[in-house]
Design a protein around this ligand. Sequence first.
Ligand SMILES: [Ca+2]
Length: 305
Amino acid sequence: MDKRLVVMLGATFTMMLAGPVFGWHIANDCEGETLGGRPADIEGVFWGAETTLSNEQVSTGAQSCKFEIAAGSEGWPSEGGPLEWGAIFSFLEDVNVGQEVWLRFDLFIPAGFDIWTNTGMLKFIRLGTRIDTRSTGAMDILMGVPSASLWSADLERDVKPPFVASFEGAPKLKMVGSRPRNDVKTGVWETYEVYAKIGVSGEADGGQSIVRVWKNNTLIANLANQITAVDETGRMTGLYLFTYWNGTARSDQHAYMDNLFITNEKPANIDENGNAFIGGETYVKESQNSQISVITAPKMTQLAK
Ligand SMILES: [Ca+2]
């Protein structure tokens, strides 16, 4: 059979299996409404009870979203809520196995912010996941507590990374970025971006799943062995920003978020490694020699001979 025909049939069959993907995006710049008030919950967006529109620090326009948590709070009280710390953005359509999602936002962490929890990790960027029958927790990007040592299964040693990735559906810590180069900087706006392709096995293991993390447009993790689903009905359902503080906050804390963008459509921008990403302006330039937690896929062997 003609080689090109095989490739075309393969592509058509894949499209039929996956079905058409509805392109969507979510954008939120924290503008409008009432300065000092809590932004309104709309269309799958749920703001923590302690969120206000602020002009104390601004990335775009005249306002940002200020997240607050009081000393002694869990942020999302385990006795049943309501959510206090952070926000939830439901995707406009679930991101199923084989599909992709990109998200990016600006974050301002003030000087003195206490990155501390009783697990050694502060919940930060959380992608909610489920299968047909139940929740499978979040695909988490967490801030590493500076004083805590964490066990890396990939490296088989204790490490102190600035960020950690772990999928609650199959927990295993993966290091994201390196200290001090990629540490959370205080008193300045920084930009975070995450890409995920959903799958039950990693690209590096012949599957589809991969997670990438950029900080200030620099790739700080390329996790090609990160699984994101426990079976073929797996999907991502939304972004949970912060939301829960393990062991409760030791003192009052706040942070500012602005310029959020989430999309399932491949962005036109390409990073310096050739990966599609949202990209755009940043306030901080990461070092050109930024160390990346790279877990590479094996070189593709020629498909058709
Ligand atoms: Ca804004």
